[in-house]
Ligand binder design. Structure first.
Ligand code: COA
Ligand code: AMP
Length: 633
């Protein structure tokens, strides 16, 4: 089948296309109807199907002869641990933990928040929640107690699952005190906190509330799979929007399973039984989709890597894992390869390993700059596939569909739309633009399976944030263009979301933290280009009259505040004191203009500006301080 034909089928007859793809999964009751829409315009895929995602990922494989195949390889250079868990063992662990959750009152539809490092128990917890037909919400371990509390209040979990600590390169991060603090900050209180105790640090427990996983799971009665409807939610994953409040992206069971199963062959060209490695974290969407669900739904072996691309112990770590476990496809953020290149620019360490098992390197999470693309291709001799996606979609919107038909690549492009995604470039009025003209990237409705159809508890926010700007389309928040051959070039966000080392963060949220400093009258946070992390945030602050604080002192206060309120991953290291910020006459800071200056893009000064001279002034300050992207970058 050619890509063109497959793509055409998916756009011209989406319902039949996806019903056919659904046949590849073991349903309790297969879907009869592909797409339905309810009164508020909410699209649902496979609402009449009955299934259990954990059954599809584990029980089905054990029943069909994969019990002894390795399901998860846990490789942890930070604790010098290597462990193989087969499908049978994983199923037993998941069923026991599901039994433990059930004993704590977790039933179908209940939420469970999971705040864990990259250890197999994080996957066990997710799958156990799915087994009960409950809804998990995993919070990335690099987020602060405050961020965890915000998510607890929104998801209102019955139970919170955590571990005693996470291990970073040079320090152990105690998770339990963060969990305790989050439970104090949050208005909603989980009934129970289940803790996996790691030998690197034993957490102290609260007598009434806390449960020791290792002790109690042994006594639990294993739980069987609970049947859910296709449209029932599998998980909520919070992602950064433009405001301080993260958005709870809701993923349905059936459509998620269908899209991910399809993607393993169509996009990643992986067959059941092969080893797939997504070097991400279960706290991000890449981790949900390609460390946990897709490889297991497809009967593959997935790698859980608790380490970094560098410093654990060196820049050869990725090549070592690929050789050691016979990895067929690896998937990571470009920043990981930039980190490797920085430490091993001549790629000497690659020579120490045999990478013949590896077919393809996939990258996503941020723009893949042509120089990183070329360095990786030349030094590994492997094809590099850049693919574009979002937490909201749960899988790639555009990619080189090598499992359907490998297309020629173009540096800087994530190739062509994946079957199911009708991608269009629109101008500000929603009119489609001709080839090679930059505009907003939008996707014609209905979105294909796996994409969100609401924000947890707030359909209005989903509608306002994604569907109203261009009626009939989903607005991606990214800008870019499609060239004359149909290749998509994603150029960056058109809103206040930034990508720091492949981590999606909101500058609006950081602004809220900066604004709470008692010397700051007004502020703005912008993402500036960074050679390693792609982007890093920088603050621009205007002091209150009479405030007596040096730039250095303010900077150190704000760095500490952002670390405490959001987490170390936010990486806000620099704040400049400025005399004023460009604003409209109604007092709105012109953030888009600041972004354009930082990105060295041409810009039009809006007619509503309060004082046009403020633009040249801020541009000069940003230039003097090296905040403006240079041509070479
Ligand atoms: N738990 C607690 N803290 C964490 C954490 C976690 N899970 N992950 C990161 N942090 C901390 C780090 O320790 C660091 O703290 P520090 O400022 O005290 O050093 C801070 O958050 C920033 O982390 P990071 O951005 O990862 O920087 P780094 O210098 O440690 O590593 C890279 C740089 C490029 C190697 C690393 O960012 C990387 O591997 N990125 C790829 C990201 C990725 O896979 N994204 C998923 C999307 S596909
Ligand atoms: P997240 O929801 O964390 O996966 O972040 C999604 C955002 O990351 C997108 O909206 C893009 O801005 C960016 N992104 C992801 N993949 C790519 C890519 N291949 N090229 C350019 N930007 C990307």
């Amino acid at each position: 089948m050619s890509y063109a034909k497959e793509y055409q089928n998916s756009i011209q007859n989406p319902e039949q296309f996806w019903l056919d793809k659904a046949k590849d999964l073991p349903w309790f009751k297969a879907p009869n109807k592909a797409l339905s829409s309810s009164e508020n315009g909410l699209y649902q895929w496979f609402a009449d199907a009955e299934l259990n995602t954990c059954y599809m990922a584990l029980d089905y494989h054990v029943k069909n002869g994969r019990g002894q195949q390795t399901a998860i390889i846990y490789d942890s250079p930070v604790t010098s641990t290597k462990q193989l868990i087969n499908y049978q063992d994983l199923l037993e662990q998941v069923a026991s933990f599901a039994g433990l959750l059930r004993a704590q009152g977790v039933n179908k539809g209940d939420r469970v928040v999971i705040y864990m490092p990259m250890i197999p128990q994080a996957l066990v917890a997710m799958l156990a929640v799915a087994r009960l037909g409950a809804v998990h919400s995993v919070v990335f371990g690099g987020f602060s107690a405050n961020e965890l509390a915000v998510r607890i209040d929104d998801a209102r979990p019955k139970v919170l699952v955590s571990a005693s600590c996470g291990i970073e390169v040079s320090r152990t991060i105690e998770y339990k005190p963060l969990v305790d603090e989050a439970c104090i900050i949050a208005t909603h209180k989980p009934n129970k906190v289940i803790v996996w105790q790691r030998q690197e640090c034993i957490a102290s427990m609260q007598a009434e509330r806390d449960i020791d996983w290792q002790v109690e799971a042994k006594k639990a009665i294993p739980a069987d799979c609970v049947t859910v409807k296709g449209s029932d939610p599998l998980y909520i994953l919070y992602t950064s929007g433009t405001t301080g409040k993260p958005k709870g992206v809701v993923r349905d069971n059936a459509s998620h399973a269908v899209a991910l199963k399809y993607s393993m062959q169509a996009i990643y060209n992986i067959a059941p039984g092969q080893v797939f490695w997504a070097a991400s974290d279960v706290g991000w969407v890449v981790g949900h989709s390609y460390i946990v669900y897709a490889p297991l739904l497809h009967g593959c072996t997935s790698i859980v890597y608790e380490g970094k691309p560098v410093r654990t112990p060196d820049a050869g770590a990725f090549w070592r894992v690929i050789e050691e476990y016979d990895v067929k496809a690896v998937f990571a953020a470009p920043t990981a390869f930039r980190a490797i290149r920085k430490e091993d620019p001549e790629a000497n360490l690659i020579q120490d390993y045999d990478l013949s098992c590896l077919d393809t390197i996939f990258m996503a999470g941020e723009r893949l700059d042509p120089s990183t693309y070329e360095w990786t291709t030349e030094n590994t001799g492997k094809p590099v596939v850049d693919h574009w996606w979002q937490t909201e979609t749960g899988w790639a919107i555009s990619a080189n569909p090598i499992g359907i038909e490998p297309l020629e690549t173009k540096a800087g492009s994530s190739t062509k739309p994946v079957p199911g995604f009708d991608v269009q470039i629109l101008d500000a009025n929603g009119t489609p633009l001709p080839p090679n003209t930059q505009g907003s990237i939008a996707i014609k409705l209905p979105l294909p399976p796996s994409c969100l159809n609401t924000i947890w508890g707030d359909f209005g926010r989903f509608n306002d944030g994604y569907l109203t700007e261009f009626p009939g389309y989903y607005c991606s928040g990214d800008g870019g263009y499609i060239d004359e051959d149909g290749y998509l070039f994603v150029m960056g966000r058109t809103d206040d979301v930034i990508n720091v080392a492949g981590h999606r963060l909101s500058t609006g949220e950081m602004e809220e933290v900066l604004a709470s400093h008692n010397a700051v009258a007004e502020c703005s946070v912008i993402g500036i280009h960074d050679k390693l992390k792609g982007q890093v945030p920088v603050g621009l602050a205007l002091l209150k009259d009479g405030a007596d604080i040096s730039e250095l002192e303010l900077q150190s206060d704000l760095v500490a505040m952002v670390r405490k309120e959001i987490g170390a991953v936010a990486c806000l290291k620099q704040t400049l004191i400025v005399p004023r910020l460009p604003k409209t006459r109604s007092g709105k800071i012109l953030r888009k203009l600041l972004r354009q200056i930082a990105d060295n893009q041409s810009f039009a000064v809006p007619s509503t500006i309060d004082d046009p001279s403020s633009v040249a002034e801020i541009q000069a300050i940003m230039q003097e301080n090296g905040l403006v992207k240079t041509i070479e970058e």
